[in-house]
Design a protein around this ligand. Structure first.
Ligand code: 7RM
Length: 631
């Protein structure tokens, strides 16, 4: 495609053009898509409300750009290669024309079950091609999907259903994960006891686990699609119509629904996919994320399929049947671009290089990283043993809210640097601000990472609560989008992400609010109060450390901590289970009653030599006691 950057000077040139004349730059990129009607204006925006519109009044359907746009020249090309959990089970290949039929048929099916443009549909499914079909079928008819990661609990699922007042849940009987069969429909049943808006569920048969089907509400997928037409005329959408909602954690207790819209998201995910991975026709690309996260949305489904790529979808886990599984899949499907998370790299690194031994990995051209900072050791291991020293690593920094990659090398085109996301992609105008909101110019500076100009895939609102969007992202620094991350720009102008500066922790690439975990802990009847902080963890990046005040009567410490772990699993899901729980008699507080997390973080990270001034605390004596207990 003509928008592919191929040289370093090309990058410098494109970047400069994108800043000098963003309208011209993005309209050129957007011209390669199929629009039912062209836009009147490229971008209209202010960061105060905020109010951001891309490709105003343009009409399109994103699935026409994925399906119809590619059918003519490459209908027989594989769109999705699916690799099941069990390596003995056959993989599946779905071509663009097959995908077209599946999407159209399921779009018609949802319509027949009462879904209309604008309705919200929850997708709570394992990593099977039907999950991608479900997303695209929603987009086809203008329904708004909200994918909920299938590892989330019934309570989390119910909260999301209630927040967006969804009408339908698309799910499956169960989920194969390694040696386990996880009941999925049973979780949906439990969630639906706490909701009132769901009219229908459609249930894919995958594991054969026993399920209860509620008459009039639950339908089997294979029965629902039976005899339904595989032709469907795409709904014509406005560029700014909602495409999807994806819930993500912030520093408050309640996850928020990040809203993405059709036109800008389409243009940006395709553009960044092509450029960062340098995808060429015929390549096989694999991203190991789950579709429940933004990475799965943008870089398993939308970005690659918009680019007419072949995207691999893997149902299982990296260590089943053994820790060589990722590499087996790379060889089996001749993967050219592989995209994963530092936590997976570190987990596999812990098994040494032996599991890699049997595999050639000679088709790999580009390897990528996303979700959290990648430490230098893991970077080198990935580079040397997976990339065999010949594949550039694209360390891509971005967020659910940014919709697509923002800071990243362009593979083989711009330089890489271990543990650095390196340079902004074209169109991305970064700013580093100090805590007083002053922009720090020049190199060798460190501060809050902000963005000062809109980009097509940026968040438009938080569902049902625009004020929250304004306060979370646009109020810390007036006129800027604030990412919540700290960043350093080094002496050469390269960017290194330093991690969150707010009360958000990142455990194995999963974002969680400390408040969210605290709320779950506090649900336990014996818990009086709790405080949660992150601490460095060898594999997960950050671990969860919970300080808990409990009513100990009639309970042992051991019982209580295991009950607390269970209740967090029940309320949020296993990913939020605290790694360490310390029962304490009090928490360090300021005179106004705020918990001093700074102190708790120091204790959790064992940096206790300098605790700073604790004399202004309401209860300075507690610090010593907690430090003692931590030993
Ligand atoms: C894509 C995704 C976003 C947060 C973000 C950062 C952290 C993501 C990197 C990274 C350092 C990276 N979306 N983060 N990528 N930190 N280097 N390459 O992960 O919404 O789930 O998380 O993740 O803190 O703000 S997310």
């Amino acid at each position: 495609m003509s928008n592919k950057i191929q040289t370093l000077s090309g990058y410098i040139h494109e970047y400069a053009k994108s800043v000098q004349n963003p309208d011209l730059f993005w309209s050129r990129v957007a011209d390669s898509f199929f629009w039912q009607k062209r836009w009147d204006k490229v971008v209209e925006w202010n960061f105060d409300d905020p109010d951001v519109k891309w490709f105003t009044n343009a009409k399109l359907n994103i699935t026409e750009n994925i399906l119809e746009r590619h059918l003519f020249i490459m209908g027989d090309k594989p769109a999705i290669i699916w690799e099941p959990n069990d390596p003995e089970e056959a993989s599946r290949t779905i071509t663009y024309s097959e995908l077209h039929k599946m999407v159209c048929q399921f779009a018609n099916t949802m319509k027949a079950q009462g879904i209309q443009k604008g309705d919200r549909v929850i997708i709570y499914m394992p990593m099977v091609p039907e999950a991608a079909v479900a997303m695209l079928a929603c987009a086809r008819i203008g329904a708004v999907h909200s994918v909920v990661f299938a590892g989330f609990s019934a309570t989390s699922l119910a909260d999301r259903i209630n927040d967006c007042e969804a009408k339908m849940v698309l799910t499956a009987d169960g989920n194969f994960r390694g040696t386990k069969k996880i009941p999925v429909k049973a979780v949906v049943d439990e969630a639906l006891e706490k909701t009132t808006t769901i009219e229908k569920t459609i249930v894919l048969k995958r594991t054969g686990l026993d399920v209860t089907m509620q008459e009039g509400r639950d339908i089997w997928w294979h029965e629902a699609i039976e005899g339904v037409s595989t032709e469907n005329k795409a709904e014509i959408m406005d560029s700014e119509d909602m495409l999807f909602i994806l819930y993500t954690s912030g520093s408050t207790g309640q996850p928020k629904g990040v809203v993405h819209t059709c036109g800008g998201y389409m243009v940006y995910t395709n553009y960044t996919f092509q450029n960062v991975f340098q995808y060429s026709q015929g390549d096989v690309y694999w991203c190991s994320a789950d579709i429940g996260w933004i990475t799965g949305h943008s870089y398993i489904v939308y970005g690659p399929l918009l680019a007419g790529a072949t995207t691999v979808m893997f149902e299982g886990v990296p260590t089943y049947p053994d820790p060589g599984r990722f590499w087996a899949i790379c060889d089996k499907h001749k993967v050219n671009q592989f995209y994963t998370a530092p936590t997976a790299i570190r987990a596999l690194q812990a098994y040494g290089t032996e599991p890699i031994g049997p595999y050639k990995l000679d088709t790999l051209k580009v390897i990528g990283s996303v979700g959290e900072p990648i430490n230098e050791e893991a970077w080198h291991w990935y580079h040397d043993h997976v990339g065999k020293g010949k594949c550039p690593i694209v360390d891509t920094w971005w967020q659910t809210e940014t919709g697509g990659m923002m800071i990243s090398p362009i593979a083989g085109v711009t330089p890489t640097k271990p543990s650095y996301a390196t340079l902004p992609l074209p169109g991305i105008q970064l700013a580093i601000l100090d805590n007083d909101g002053k922009e720090l110019t020049g190199n060798s500076v460190e501060g809050n990472l902000c963005i000062k100009y809109p980009w097509p895939a940026m968040i438009r609102t938080t569902y049902g609560d625009h004020k929250r969007c304004q306060q979370t992202y646009f109020s810390s620094f007036k006129g800027y989008y604030f990412t919540g991350d700290g960043v350093k720009r080094d002496e050469d102008g390269y960017y290194r992400i330093l991690g969150r500066v707010d009360d958000v922790i990142n455990v194995s690439g999963h974002r969680m609010g400390t408040a969210e975990v605290e709320n779950a802990i506090n649900e336990h009847p014996k818990v009086v109060e709790s405080a949660v902080v992150g601490y460095p963890h060898d594999i997960k990046g950050q671990g969860i450390y919970a300080y808990v005040i409990c009513d100990m009567e009639g309970r042992s410490e051991e019982n209580l901590t295991s009950e607390i772990r269970q209740s967090v699993t029940k309320i949020i899901g296993p990913i939020a289970k605290p790694d360490k729980i310390q029962i304490v008699s009090g928490l360090p507080k300021t005179r106004s009653g705020k918990i001093m997390r700074r102190i708790l973080r120091k204790i959790a990270t064992k940096e206790v030599s300098n605790m700073g001034d604790t004399s202004t605390l309401l209860n300075p004596e507690i610090v010593e006691e907690i430090m003692e207990g931590a030993k």
